[in-house]
Design a protein around this ligand. Structure first.
Ligand SMILES: Cc1ncc(COP(=O)(O)O)c(C=O)c1O
Length: 294
């Protein structure tokens, strides 16, 4: 595994990291005008690559941003970059920006979308978070209303998430729960939220302000395979307080147990058996799905 990337893809070419530079006039930098994906590599296999590429395309389409390659071209670019980095277990960051334009925000001044692919080590929660579970606080910073930016768009605008994460750090918590403008549960700063309640797995629908997470979708598959009821439902903080189990899902986090919200213990105050079983099944699935790239 490499500490820093060996090769970074920018617009069709692989560059050594020290030469992987872009213009200061890129509207991704100036205005957060762009979309991105984070994809895990397990045992030389990018996990659920096609689902991530489909979400990237949908995010781009929703902001009227042209994807410079078709699905097969995107997949080839990702695979070539992973191979060039010889990263067996790691993380792929795909960034698609509006590209270079004028200093003003007008997107019409940008004529060439810019595609960047970075392959690196994955930064994960410390192992004790998975063994002991994490404590979460509710952030004062809220999810933006769907009428402003639809939460299904995985855009480069993460300032609200950054501010919520700062709140978590200040409170000594590992993550922050973000509510939507109505005060219902949306998601955490980089993860979706699940509760197990009365034998049912519940998670807020995207319309509550949640990203339609790829890991969330895998949990749905695993639950259905195990005969566990899965339901998208509006959740309040109350539902987390009184849940039997609670966990977060994300590409980086995988499945991480939550044992307390705002100082109230959830369930037994330890990672629950269903959470632990799903976490183990996710890792097992990820380690064997797909063909190794090198
Ligand atoms: C805001 C937000 N919600 C949820 C997720 C989880 O989504 P996924 O499972 O696709 O990584 C992420 C991770 O990228 C995220 O940034």
């Amino acid at each position: 595994m490499s500490e820093t990337p060996r090769a970074v893809y920018i617009d069709g070419r692989l560059h050594p990291p020290e030469e992987a530079t872009i213009s200061v006039l890129d509207h991704g930098l100036l205005y957060g005008d762009g979309v991105f994906e984070g994809i895990r590599i397990y045992a030389r296999r990018p996990f659920r690559l096609d689902a991530h590429l489909a979400r990237l395309e949908a995010s781009a389409h929703a902001i009227a941003l042209l994807v410079p390659l078709d699905r097969a071209g995107l997949a080839t670019a990702v695979r070539d970059t992973v191979r060039a980095n010889r990263q067996a277990d790691g993380y792929i960051r795909m960034v698609l920006t509006r590209g270079d334009g004028s200093l003003g925000l007008d997107p019409l001044s940008c004529h060439h979308p810019r595609l960047i692919i970075i392959v690196a080590e994955v930064s994960v929660y410390p192992p004790d978070h998975y063994v002991d579970g994490i404590r979460v606080i509710t952030a004062a910073t809220r999810q933006v209303p769907m009428a402003s930016v639809d939460a299904r768009i995985k855009s480069l605008n993460y300032l609200k998430n950054v501010l919520a994460r700062l709140e978590a750090h200040e409170a000594g918590a590992a993550e922050a729960l973000m509510l939507n403008h109505e005060g219902f549960v949306a998601e955490c700063t980089a993860d979706n939220v699940f509760v197990l309640s009365g034998g049912r797995l519940l998670t807020p629908p995207a319309s509550e302000g949640a990203l339609d997470g790829i890991t969330r979708g895998v949990v749905r598959e695993l639950a259905e395979r195990a005969g566990l009821a899965f339901e998208e439902r509006r959740l309040a903080r109350y539902d987390l307080f009184v849940a039997d189990e609670c966990f977060l899902t994300g590409t980086g986090a995988e499945i991480v147990p939550v044992i307390a919200l705002d100082g109230r213990t959830i369930g037994a105050g330890t990672p629950g058996p269903v959470t632990q079983r799903l976490a183990a099944e996710l890792r097992e699935l990820a380690s064997r799905e797909g063909e190794p790239l090198f």
